[in-house]
Design a protein around this ligand. Structure first.
Ligand code: FAD
Ligand code: SF4
Length: 510
């Protein structure tokens, strides 16, 4: 039958089985639509990055001989909604069968299911062939347990995929090398170069402006830090194995003012758009390690594999187990508005200025910057998780809801009440000072809890625990904090809470 196959912007997998042979009866449909620009305000690099990668992908498909309809945002017959465009193209080309790949986003999954209900022709839905697990594998793995422990799932994945296993035991006799890893950057190895690509996105930007797309953040249109094709993604993967993997684990939690990414792979955009697959990333990492065991330790490799086969698959599974309810959870009933400086980076708190500034410059920050600087502040200041989610979903180039909301609302804001994290990721200035060089050039004093120039993280940290005593005191992993809080003198407690109050009343001017 004459078939229309729809490809979403995050389904750029050129190895997909659909494309194995050219079939003149099959037309592929891709589209840039306002619907996808409007549901939150996005960073300009996210918008341009998706459009450019989609256009490259469509171009490659056509070059191989496939029939492709590509709707540009400013095309005259673009209806700007996915369902309306599909209906229009089905009629226009007298299509007899409609096919699509399972979306990873709940919203789009519902939209396409709804669309298919109204079709008078047959339709078929196929898996994306991208992930290492199925949608509901995590849900089935944990059954009716209230809390999902990533570590258990990760070990199961190691065994199931036979990765870093040694005769039924974990290689190196341990599942976890976190104690060796996670060091502050100590100048012992030189900082790597940040890989950027020469890619001119100015025409795309002009189109976005002409169409009135709303965005925030900054862009260097001529030099783009994100791979926009599979070929470039593979280059980035090579660069990771060669130059970054040897120190990935050691410095995975470190933060530095003058370097945006240290030894992180920055492969998340290529992975989440499916230009490259998790299986090939871990394959490349393991092969490179096996050939270079003299220079790459198992600690580095395990640290990385954990992120890809553990956290990434786990978060996707939690998403499908818990949506749509997950998007409404607000365990602490946090209601404060996001301070203005989330959109400008203009705050006197140097860590936030640097991490938000970098997010606005590159549409990316690494895990600890997202978790322990920005997310941590939002958590202890009691910012509304709806607004926090919206910001994270808009700002990061790799932000697609399945991996954004689970990390943000779940892991970082504990708004899920502890499905994902066993305790809130709250930290005071001591943690930020230990893992970064931000505090030494900050307006605030990281050692002070209250008084002139006291670091806001300190009073907000204690205020957070004090404010949420009834919700947290009986958590066995947090009880210790309350013992410490009990030891505060009355005067110290009062001064700390007063300081927090003062800061909370003027978040915009911190
Ligand atoms: P690396 O450190 O090099 O890690 C390798 C890969 O592992 C990543 O590319 C990613 O695919 C995977 N990975 C690592 N950590 C996680 C994690 N916690 N969850 C899922 N996958 C992980 N990641 C996104 O892809 N999209 C998001 O929108 C997103 N939002 C986040 C929000 C918050 C509050 C936090 C704390 C984390 C978020 N993450 C998100 C996870 C993580 O921060 C990014 O995947 C990572 O920073 C991407 O950079 P990288 O490719 O250099 O990662
Ligand atoms: Fe951040 Fe406080 Fe350190 Fe300043 S002193 S950089 S606000 S943790």
């Amino acid at each position: 039958p004459k078939t229309l196959r729809f490809i979403l912007g995050d389904q750029l997998n050129s190895n997909y089985s659909w494309f194995k042979e050219v079939n003149p009866n099959v037309t592929y449909l891709m589209m840039e639509v306002m619907q996808e620009q409007d549901y939150v305000m996005h960073h300009i690099q996210k918008i341009l990055g998706f459009f450019a990668a989609m256009r490259n992908f469509a171009h490659q498909l056509s070059k191989k001989g496939h029939r492709v309809i590509y709707l540009k945002l400013d095309d005259a017959d673009n209806k700007q909604f996915i369902d309306q465009n599909i209906h229009f193209q089905l009629n226009q080309h007298q299509i007899e069968k409609f096919e699509y790949q399972l979306p990873d986003e709940y919203r789009l999954d519902e939209q396409l299911k709804e669309l298919c209900k109204g079709l008078s022709i047959p339709f078929e839905v196929a898996d994306t062939e991208h992930f290492l697990t199925t949608r509901y594998e995590v849900k089935d793995f944990f059954g009716d347990q209230k809390k999902y422990l990533m570590e258990n799932f990760y070990r199961h994945m190691r065994v199931r995929l036979d990765i870093l296993m040694d005769g039924g035991k974990p290689a190196g006799n341990r599942w976890n090398f976190d104690t060796e890893n996670r060091k502050k950057y100590d100048n012992k190895v030189p900082l790597p170069e940040v890989l950027v690509f020469d890619q001119d996105l100015s025409t795309l930007k002009e189109m976005a402006d002409k169409m009135g797309v709303k965005y925030f953040g900054r862009v260097n249109e001529k030099e783009f830090a994100w791979p926009l094709s599979r070929a470039k993604a593979l280059k980035a993967l090579d660069n990771f194995c060669e130059n970054l993997l040897p120190h990935f684990g050691t410095y995975e939690d470190a933060m530095l003012q003058e370097h945006i990414s240290l030894f992180h792979s920055r492969l998340s955009f290529a992975l989440n758009t499916k230009m490259i697959a998790p299986a090939e990333v871990i394959g490349a990492v393991i092969t490179h390690w096996q050939q270079n065991k003299a220079t790459i330790t198992i600690e580095q490799v395990e640290g990385y594999i954990r992120q890809v086969i553990g956290w990434r698959e786990f978060m996707r599974g939690v998403y499908w187990a818990k949506m749509p309810g997950f998007a409404q959870m607000n365990f602490f009933n946090a209601k404060r508005k996001l301070p203005q400086w989330f959109w400008t980076g203009e705050t006197n708190m140097n860590c936030l200025k640097k991490c938000i500034g970098q997010s606005l410059d590159f549409a990316w920050a690494h895990h600890i910057q997202r978790l322990m600087v920005i997310g941590n502040f939002a958590l202890i200041a009691g910012l509304n998780p709806d607004e926090v989610d919206e910001w994270y979903l808009g700002v990061y180039i790799d932000a697609i809801q399945w991996v954004e909301i689970t990390n943000t609302r779940g892991m970082s804001q504990f708004a899920d009440g502890g499905i994902i994290a066993s305790k809130p990721y709250a930290g005071s200035a001591a943690y930020i000072n230990k893992m970064s060089d931000y505090c030494k050039s900050c307006h605030y004093d990281h050692k002070k809890r209250h008084g002139e120039k006291a670091c806001p993280y300190n009073s907000l940290y204690w205020d957070f625990f004090h404010r949420n005593t009834d919700k947290l005191k009986y958590n066995p992993r947090i009880g210790m904090m309350y013992k410490l809080l009990d030891k505060f003198t009355k005067a110290e407690l009062e001064a700390t809470l007063l300081q927090a109050d003062e800061y909370l009343n003027r978040l915009d001017s911190l």
